[in-house]
Each structure stands twice: as structure tokens, then as C-alpha cells.
Design a protein around this ligand. Structure first.
Ligand code: URA
Length: 429
């Protein structure tokens, strides 16, 4: 039973005081039992938005969120690594990094989410492989972990349910954008997922949550402190999301590009980021960083991906022939109206174009079209002539005009090629 008055708890945060872990446990335990209404928790969230939280308090909140549901025990497995991205456009890195890590001797038992708005989700992407599914019992999940060393399951309501409840309130009370709330939300799911080493890819720029490098650094520092406080190894890569990653944006197109990257072709930026993230994960878990490139270039990561796809019911032939993935049948080529160098390609506008084609969901649970998307044939730094193809748009008629307008507004051209750094910083805990 709830002992403290909820108003006293809210008042403490309003006045900038620090909560103890027992107080957080009591307040949120009562909330989850329906003894404290949404409006009082909303008031508390707004108080956190303005007052912030101390490092100890942020760690305690994260632990209370993680412990609100089932905590996965991976302690019996060697070199457990989890990789997470703060969300971007065209970000299919998990599909490349996870098989690299597993092929190099790590255990990757991953719980992933679905996409919302203009950022895609790993589970949706993998579902474009015929037959592939991410629904498991815990026993099946652990059995595949043992057998393959790589498993990706869809997030269920049992993982950090308090985070789900708080996120829904943050979404409608303008309190999403608070560093302690974002950090505790992301890290609660990582702690509950059980890996000893956590590699985070924090995106920075137009198509990311964090628009500035300073904001991204602060988020990274907060998440590193939480991870270390909870006894985990932490690595954070800050990477640019000013422009989309790779050329493909859209579910089946992104899986195709990830397979091409595992096969030795694929875009350079995706390969660079995947090798950076995998190398950090390997090193943090005590294995050689150089293994990342070895297993990618020898084809062992591709074999691991094939084994993983088959273990989760997917058609392994897709891995050898990604042309078997179902793409939307209509292709529109958007041509350049000015010549020069592409100087900018706004990731948010590209993400919105794919959303308009039907390739993203506006609200949770909505069905999406896995076959639509875009291939960005010209990216920042590329030279372009008048009338050359900038983008190939895979569509079924829906939303095409609006998507084209969004794509046109995404591109800027000029006379000089821009600098296009991708990996901005690596922070190690
Ligand atoms: N991703 C999350 O899981 N939570 C946030 O608050 C923001 C991004």
C-alpha cells in the first residue's frame, strides 16, 4: 500500500529535491497498481523536465523501470553484447552488426522494437523476409541463443512495462525531450535485456532525436553512467544523422542493402559504421577488435545471418538472392533539376517521404507496407548532372506526389563537395 502522499513526492521534485530508490519504487509500484492516477505522474514528469535528476536518481529510476517487468538472465552465456541505436533514417546497422558480433564469438540475444513515425524498427525490417518471425517463448529464445548465438525477438509488454506507461504519458505531455527521461527509458530496456556489454549508437542531426553534438554527448554520458552503475560495460558511438545511412530507406530495401553489405558490396558509410560499432563491442567484451573486419570480409558474418534467418523461420534463399524480397512494383525516378555537388540531404524529409508512401506508422500498431521505399542514388559529396537520377522511388501509387515534394526539399546542391563525417566520436565507459 502507498504510504507517502503522491503530492509530497511531486512537490519534492518540483522543489529540486532528490528521490531515493525506495521512494521511486513505492510511487511507481502504486502507479502500476492503479493507485496513482496518470495526472499526478504527468505532473511529476513535468517537474523532472524542469528540475532534472541527479546521476544516482537517474540510475535508481532506470532500475525501477527495468525491474517493473521480467529481467532476462543471460549470465550463463559468454561475451553477451547488445547494440542499440537511438533511431534514424535508413539505419539498418543492427542487421550487419549483430551477425558480425555473433560470427566473432559474441552472444547476441536481442530484443528489438518496431518503428514509429519516420524511424524504422528492426523487427519490421526483418519481417520483410518471407516467413521470418520474432515471436518467441523465453525457452525458445534461450534455445536459439545457445544454438546460433544470435536471436532477435520482438519486444513484448513484459520488458520494462513501466517505461511503456511513462512513455505514453511523456508523448502527450511534451516531456519526451528530457535527458534523464530519455536515458532511463532506453537503458531500462537494455538492463532488462541482460547483456553484460552495451553498445549504443547515438544519432546526431536533422533526422535524429538529438539535434546537436553537445546534447548527444550529454545523453551519452548519462547512459554510460547508468550502465556502469548497473555493472555493465558501455561503449557509445556518436554518429551523424544529418543524412540517411546508406542508400536504402524502406524495409525490404534496407534488408537487401544489409545483405549486400554482409556480402562485401553495399555502401561504404554503412560498412564503416557497422565495423566501428562491432569493433567497439568486441573490444569491450574482451575480444579482438580486428575480428569485426575479418568475419565480414571472410563471409562468416553472412553465413551467421543465413543461419539466424533460417532459425527464425525465414527463407534462407533470400540471403543468397536478395532479389527474392518483395518490393513495390512501381518505380519512379526523381531527376536532378540542378547540376553540381549534393551538399545536403535532409534525413527527416527522406524519412517523411517513406512514411507518406505507406512505409511507416503514424500510430502504434498500424499496418505498414514493407515493399515501398527509396534508393538514394546521389548522396552528399556526389557530383550530379542535370537530368541524372537522384532517387528511385518504389511505390504503389499511395502518397507519391507528397513523397516526391518531400524528397525534392531534402536535396541541396552547390559548387563544392561538403565534408561528410559519419563517426563523430566514440565514448567509452
Ligand atoms: N527511445 C526510447 O526508447 N525512449 C526514449 O525516451 C527515446 C528514445
Amino acid at each position: 500500500m502507498w504510504g507517502m502522499e503522491p503530492t509530497a513526492f511531486i512537490e519534492a521534485k518540483r522543489d529540486g529535491l532528490e528521490h531515493t530508490k525506495p521512494a521511486l519504487q513505492e510511487f511507481f509500484g502504486a502507479f502500476l497498481k492503479g493507485q496513482i492516477p496518470d495526472y499526478q505522474v504527468s505532473a511529476w514528469l513535468m517537474a523532472v523536465y524542469f528540475q532534472g535528476m541527479s546521476p544516482a536518481e537517474t540510475l535508481a529510476l532506470t532500475q525501477v523501470m527495468a525491474e517493473s517487468g521480467h529481467m532476462l538472465d543471460l549470465s550463463g552465456f559468454a561475451h553477451t553484447v547488445d547494440k542499440h541505436s537511438s533511431g534514424g533514417v535508413g539505419d539498418k546497422t543492427t542487421l550487419v552488426v549483430a551477425p558480425i558480433l555473433a560470427a566473432a564469438g559474441c552472444t547476441v540475444a536481442k530484443i528489438s522494437g518496431r518503428g514509429l513515425t519516420y524511424t524504422g524498427g528492426t523487427i519490421d525490417k526483418l519481417e520483410s523476409i518471407p516467413g521470418w518471425h520474432g515471436e518467441f517463448s523465453e525457452a525458445e529464445f534461450l534455445a536459439q541463443t545457445r544454438k546460433v548465438g544470435l536471436v532477435v525477438a520482438a519486444q513484448s509488454g513484459e520488458l520494462a512495462p513501466l517505461d511503456g506507461r511513462l512513455y505514453a504519458l511523456r508523448d502527450v505531455t511534451a516531456t519526451v525531450n528530457s535527458i534523464p527521461l530519455i536515458a532511463s527509458s532506453i537503458m531500462s530496456k537494455k538492463l532488462a535485456s541482460g547483456a553484460k556489454t552495451i553498445v549504443l549508437d547515438v544519432k546526431v542531426g536533422a533526422g535524429a532525436f538529438m539535434k546537436t553534438l553537445e546534447g548527444a554527448r550529454e545523453l551519452a554520458r548519462t547512459m554510460i553512467a547508468i550502465g556502469l552503475g548497473a555493472g555493465r560495460n558501455m561503449r557509445v558511438v556518436l554518429s551523424s544523422m544529418e543524412r540517411p545511412l546508406g542508400k536504402a530507406v524502406g524495409h525490404a530495401l534496407e534488408v537487401k542493402e544489409a545483405i549486400e553489405t554482409l556480402s562485401g558490396s553495399g555502401p561504404q558509410d554503412l560498412k564503416e559504421l557497422a565495423l566501428t560499432l562491432a569493433g567497439e563491442g568486441l573490444e569491450a567484451t574482451g575480444l579482438a577488435k580486428s575480428q569485426a573486419r575479418d568475419v565480414l570480409e571472410s563471409g562468416r558474418a553472412l553465413s551467421k545471418f543465413r543461419q539466424f534467418v533460417e532459425a527464425q523461420g525465414g527463407d534462407p534463399k533470400v540471403v543468397d538472392n536478395p532479389g527474392l524480397l518483395e518490393l513495390a512494383p512501381e518505380v519512379f525516378e526523381l531527376k536532378a533539376e540542378t547540376a553540381g555537388y549534393v551538399t545536403a540531404l535532409n534525413a527527416l524529409n527522406v524519412g517523411q517521404a517513406v512514411l507518406l508512401l505507406g512505409g511507416g506508422r503514424q500510430v502504434k500498431g498500424e499496418a505498414i507496407d514493407l515493399g515501398v521505399g527509396v534508393m538514394l542514388e546521389k548522396k552528399p559529396g556526389d557530383k550530379v548532372s542535370l537530368g541524372e537520377t537522384l532517387v528511385r522511388v518504389y511505390h504503389r501509387g499511395k502518397g507519391l506526389e507528397a513523397a516526391l515534394a518531400s524528397l525534392k526539399s531534402a536535396y541541396q546542391t552547390g559548387t563544392e563537395p561538403p565534408a561528410t563525417p559519419l563517426v563523430l566520436e566514440v565514448m567509452r565507459g
